[in-house]
Design a protein around this ligand. Structure first.
Ligand SMILES: [Ca+2]
Length: 221
């Protein structure tokens, strides 16, 4: 059983929620009740075996791009909880063999909490975030008009930090970084002997994104 791997990030989210509720009395930014819809895009950077050279059992990935969207609800002025989706793609720095191109694609759907650090209600809103997600991980080789891939879906967790700046009552722009940690090695029976073979030992990445967020304020104070 590896269920603790999902329990630990859930506890992180819950403890952030209690910290945020304790901090709630201290300031009032007027965010409570806001529903926000955001889009983000930027670069995705491989970590661990995704970044390691082929000779080190890695996928030799280089930096790629990613994009996503999120919906949040401010439960308090400081705490937002929400759902997110993100897609990112990277390409190997060197072709695994002549004429073959290797890509790593990650699709995630998750739930998260963001704690906005009390600033006394200014336009700049720094935050810390944590979330859990299901990650679909795909290694895709293409060449000579053909494509082959190996993929799986695993749970994972992400931890982020960022800052949003309210350019108007309804629009925020921001920057953020997140570390995504997916749980479990990728395995597949590539040689057909009925026993799964290890494809890659771990699948972790970092995302640096710009974000555009639309706020739909509450109607009552
Ligand atoms: Ca095998």
């Amino acid at each position: 059983m590896k269920s603790w791997k999902i329990v630990v990030p859930m506890l992180v989210v819950l403890s952030m929620a209690s910290i945020a509720s304790a901090a709630e009395q201290s300031t009032s930014s007027g965010m409570k009740g806001h529903i926000t819809v955001g889009v983000n895009g930027g670069i995705t950077v491989p970590s661990g075996k995704l970044a390691a050279d082929y000779t080190d059992d890695g996928a030799d990935m280089g930096m790629g791009w990613d994009a996503g969207a999120a919906v949040d609800w401010f439960a308090t002025d400081q705490l937002a909880i929400g759902a997110d989706a993100n897609f990112g793609a990277m390409k190997a720095k060197d072709d695994p063999s002549p004429g073959i191109e290797l890509k790593a694609k990650t699709t995630q759907f998750g739930l998260h909490a963001k704690w906005f650090i009390p600033t006394g209600g200014g336009k700049l809103m720094p935050w810390l975030g944590a979330g859990v997600a299901m990650y679909t991980r795909k290694l895709e080789a293409s060449g000579g008009g053909a494509t082959a891939d190996v993929s799986d879906s695993k749970p994972g967790a992400n931890f982020g930090v960022g800052a949003d700046y309210m350019v108007s009552e309804m629009v925020g722009i921001g920057i953020n970084g997140a570390y995504d940690l997916t749980f479990g090695k990728m395995e597949d029976d590539v040689d057909g002997d009925g026993v799964d073979d290890e494809i890659i030992e771990n699948w972790n990445l970092i995302r640096f994104n710009a974000a555009l967020t639309f706020h739909f304020p509450h109607t009552t104070k």
